[in-house]
Design a protein around this ligand. Structure first.
Ligand code: ATP
Length: 268
């Protein structure tokens, strides 16, 4: 709460290599004695063409950070940019359009429409936007994700891993500037989870996408290029080229011995 938006000089627009940026990002829930400071003056740059993981104990503000960066939630103070667009201060209608046109989302619960088949789910956001998917890109995404022979299946006819691959394709199909993935492997067994992480990695390495993933799992974070560690609503550390062991070790520093970060994401 210490950094009102007005203190931030205008003109701090991000450089070309920054997909999203926050300065003094503060989010408080509630008021008076019951106020919870979910984010406490966070400064962060999300570098374009990288895979960034966000880790931290339960309640440290990971989802809130993602929601504020993605324009899914309002901020209490500070500024957020997507590319060169400052999104803090945009009206809900503008935010809706921005999210639809420029951001891809993946959630733990897949969020597919049960009555639509895989292909219809993949192209739904673009259909809603009245845009035609680029056929060559759509084909590349479908083949990269190994969904070619599942396109006519509805979600109930697909495994969890296949459903998340459809959600991944849906997030990729409009070539968004940024993909936010909130615990994308949380509902998957380890093999399907690894597969999805591999696809996110390919999306960055081969398709040039930018991914921000919230996770509890050091093994999942190890697929990223950079891990941001959150504690009590602040970014307290970061780690480039992470390994699962190094991430787990770092988490122990923040949470003490007997960490709940057991690496299986089962602490909640
Ligand atoms: N809508 C809300 N109303 C009140 N408090 C909230 C709300 N959403 C989140 N919080 C609080 O803000 C803090 C950060 O929550 P957030 O969900 O961002 O944490 P997280 O790191 O994603 O947690 P988890 O790993 O358990 O999902 C927590 O103390 C939480 O209780």
């Amino acid at each position: 709460m210490s950094t009102p938006a007005a203190e931030h000089a205008p003109g701090l627009a991000p450089a070309d290599g920054i997909a999203a940026r926050a300065r003094g990002l503060t989010k408080a829930y509630g008021s008076g004695e019951t106020t919870v400071l979910a984010l406490d003056s966070v400064d962060v740059d999300i570098v374009r063409g990288r895979f960034t993981a966000v880790m931290g104990p339960s309640g440290s503000g990971k989802s809130t950070l993602m929601h504020c960066l993605a324009g899914l939630d309002t901020v209490s103070a500070g500024q957020v940019w997507l590319g060169n667009t400052e999104i803090t201060g945009l009206r809900e209608r503008e935010l809706t359009r921005l999210r639809r046109d420029r951001i891809g989302f993946m959630f733990q619960s897949f969020n597919l429409i049960p009555t639509l088949n895989a292909l219809e789910n993949i192209t739904l956001p673009m259909n809603i936007a009245g845009r035609d998917p680029d056929r060559a890109w759509l084909d590349q995404v479908i083949d990269t994700l190994g969904l070619r022979d599942r396109l006519k299946h509805r979600p109930a006819q697909l495994s969890g891993g296949q459903q998340q691959r459809v959600a991944c394709a849906r997030a990729l199909v409009s070539r968004p500037e940024l993909i936010f993935a909130d615990e994308p492997t949380g509902n998957l067994d380890s093999r399907a989870g690894l597969e999805v992480l591999g696809f996110l990695r390919e999306a960055v390495d081969d398709l040039g996408q930018t991914v921000v993933m919230v996770t509890h799992d050091p093994g999942a974070a190890a697929h990223s290029d950079l891990v941001l560690f959150l504690a009590d609503g602040r970014i307290v550390d970061e780690m480039a080229r992470p390994t699962a062991e190094a991430v787990l070790e770092r988490m122990r520093l923040f949470t003490g011995a007997g960490s709940r970060f057991s690496g299986d994401g089962a602490e909640d």
